[in-house]
Ligand binder design. Structure first.
Ligand code: FAD
Length: 631
């Protein structure tokens, strides 16, 4: 039989981004023996890449800010599809989580009077983002890791062993959750370097695995983001919600192919960069939607004057919200006016002196010079939309972060969870989300363990099945290269389930996804178990395929356009769809999609909004109920 290394913990946290680390700290502080597992190196996660900051209504820069304003902004950003209770908890608790980070040693930028500084960001009414220059995520991870080290030092003093109560397993991928009846009993995976198997027995598991972007041809996400947590949850009996909602950032690199999707910061446009199609036309003027027409310039002359005189001119249309710009670029390319590489031109070279560009955008200058051999002071950049963030995820109980569905002992926080952001996330609300719900997940996982009368047991047959499944791609003597399958999946999702969706294409996507799922059974990894990325991908593909199917099914079902879901055949927002969450579950091998009514917002929260604003989102029946509630 194949050797399996075994460990026993109270709480196993899968994922070492902000959500996972914050959960682990909380579980350890509750006295639980806690493991942190990460697929890549410890410290490398998307959280590190976040730049802008963490949104928290501390009111340091504008004292009018408070949790109610933040709550309103978040609900508007999500087009009222957010789980209201999560948005409420998030808005109320984010300031405390930020101040707490300072006690762990975080050094945020300061206001003149020495408080944590806060910056403006899209969709936030007041300056609200606590930040550290443009590397806030790095500071967040550094601080959380430092806190973990300090807890380990305490444990060394008490038990003579740094790992006594928190142990980190880096470069370790979890492939299965193991159940005892409907309870979580453990997690199974492998060490990436040696290919050896490892089994963690634990009564509580926190999923903090981040996003799903690697199923798309063009994405800002790195290789780890294959929707593992989403798929692990589904297979364990949990449910996913909001899977049709993905955020596409308008400007990612499109050339060369090896760096396709890497983010090009919005500051390029903020500093004067303009978008042009292959005919040299500054096309964004053709894409200003009616609701924004009053705020955006109508001529190039007016737009150009805005940079030096914003009070007397309107903003250039390049600075429309992200989803609008992404859709416009997509339309130009589809109409045959794209660049040969399939993007559009982002030109800063003709707008600012070379010296100025190098001074204002040093990292973009280097990024293009090194990766694309393009000198952005002389040539335009080639850019296009890139899949950036998934709003959908594990359906959770808002207060405890416990996964919904049939499974117990499973918790989820951060990008892998769903509900908090509704149909669209505001910038800066992810870092605060990680802290608020990471803490809650750790706290309630620990409480769950305390409440257990009996520890669930891992069944040996389940461990043996996990081994067998993991080894299958290596055992095949012939079969398909996993990279081909991944490419085909990325093409299906990018071309047919991308920014703009249509019924026929979504149906075609589902047929193709079913075919890809059949091909998965023939995927073959050559070579052995020692550091074998082809083998790892073969195992990731199962997750990518099931999660992609959830997205395609939900996208086909939702016949309206809202936030990160745009249907060309149903271009408007439909109030009847606002009352519906689409919920995915697994029935054997089959993805099931069900309609579930959105929880009704508490009256005190509803009353934070004007009736006129609510009328834009709510159904007539909901408005009647609201009027009744007020009377
Ligand atoms: P992550 O930080 O993504 O961490 C996931 C962890 O799970 C990793 O440790 C990974 O190795 C591990 N993992 C995954 N699968 C497995 C498995 N099977 N087994 C074991 N471990 C696994 N948000 C903002 O608010 N502001 C910004 O400015 C911002 N900028 C961004 C820039 C870029 C380029 C990107 C990609 C994202 C940005 N975001 C930003 C989004 C934000 O960074 C992420 O949504 C957030 O950091 C997710 O945190 P998390 O803790 O949920 O997961």
């Amino acid at each position: 039989t194949t050797r399996i290394e075994r460990h026993h913990f109270d709480v196993v946290v899968i994922g070492a981004g902000g959500a996972g680390l914050r959960a682990a700290i909380e579980a350890r502080q509750a006295g639980k023996r806690t493991a942190i597992i990460s697929k890549s190196l410890f410290g490398k996660a998307h959280t590190v890449m976040a730049e802008g900051g963490a949104a928290a209504a501390m009111g340091n820069v504008n004292s009018n800010d408070n949790w109610m304003v933040h709550f309103r902004d978040t609900m508007r950003g999500g087009k009222f599809l957010n789980n209201f209770r999560m948005a409420e908890l998030h808005a109320k608790e984010a300031p405390e989580r930020i101040w707490e980070l300072e006690t762990y040693g975080a050094l945020f930028d300061r206001t003149k009077d020495g408080r944590i500084s806060q910056r403006n960001f899209g969709g936030h009414e007041y300056p609200r983002l606590a930040h550290v220059g443009d590397r806030t995520g790095l500071e967040l991870i550094r601080t959380l890791q430092q806190k973990i080290v300090s807890l380990q030092q305490e444990d060394k003093k008490e038990f003579g062993n740094y790992d006594a109560r928190i142990r980190v397993f880096a470069e370790t991928t979890i492939t299965e959750l193991l159940l005892d009846g409907d309870r979580v009993a453990g997690a199974f995976g492998y060490y990436r370097e040696s290919g050896e198997f490892v089994l963690f027995e634990a009564p509580a598991i926190v999923l903090a695995t981040g996003g799903v972007g690697k199923s798309y041809k063009v994405t800002s996400n790195s290789w780890e983001y294959t929707g593992d947590g989403h798929a692990l949850a589904l297979r364990a009996g949990a449910t996913l919600i909001n899977m049709e909602f993905l955020q596409f950032h308008p400007t990612g690199m499109v050339w060369p192919p090896s760096v396709k999707g890497i983010l090009v910061t919005e500051s390029v446009r903020g500093d004067g960069g303009i978008l042009k199609n292959s005919e040299g036309k500054r096309f964004m003027f053709d894409y200003v939607p009616d609701v924004f027409r009053k705020q955006y310039a109508e001529t190039e002359e007016e737009a150009d004057r805005w940079y030096t005189d914003p009070d007397n001119n309107r903003r250039p249309p390049e600075l429309l919200p992200r989803d609008e710009v992404a859709r416009a670029i997509n339309s130009e390319v589809k109409a045959g006016r794209g660049t040969p590489a399939g993007g559009v031109y982002l030109d800063i070279a003709s707008r600012l002196p070379a010296e100025e560009i190098r001074r204002r955008l040093p990292s973009m200058y280097h990024q293009f010079k090194e990766l694309a051999d393009v000198d952005i002071t002389k040539q335009p950049m080639d850019v296009g939309p890139t899949c950036h963030y998934v709003m959908g995820g594990v359906e959770v109980e808002p207060d405890t972060a416990a996964a919904a569905g049939t499974v117990q002992g499973l918790f989820a926080a951060g990008e892998v969870s769903g509900g908090m952001h509704g149909s669209n996330r505001l910038g800066g609300n992810s870092l605060s989300d990680l802290l608020v719900f990471g803490k809650r997940a750790g706290e309630f996982a620990a409480a769950y363990v305390d409440g257990l009368a009996r520890r669930p047991k891992v069944h040996e047959s389940a461990a043996a099945d996990a081994v067998e499944y993991a080894l299958a791609p290596l055992a095949r003597t012939e079969g398909e290269n996993p990279y081909h399958l991944q490419q085909d999946l990325q093409a299906v999702m990018g071309d047919l389930v991308g920014i703009i969706r249509r019924k026929g294409e979504l149906e075609e996507a589902l047929v193709k996804l079913a075919e890809l799922r059949r091909r998965l059974h023939d995927v073959r990894a050559t070579g052995g178990r020692r550091y074998n990325p082809g083998w790892h991908l073969a195992l990731d593909l199962r997750n990518m395929l099931v999660v992609s199917e959830c997205t395609a099914l939900a996208a086909l079902e939702r016949e309206e356009s809202r936030g990160g879901h745009t249907r060309e055949d149903f271009p408007g927002m439909d109030a009847r769809w606002r009352t519906v969450n689409l919920v995915c579950s697994l029935d054997g091998d089959k993805v099931r999609l069900e309609h579930q009514p959105l929880p009704t917002m508490r009256t005190d929260l509803v009353q934070l909004f004007d009736r006129a604003e609510l009328a834009k989102y709510l159904t007539d029946e909901e408005l009647v109920a609201f009027d009744g509630g007020k009377a």
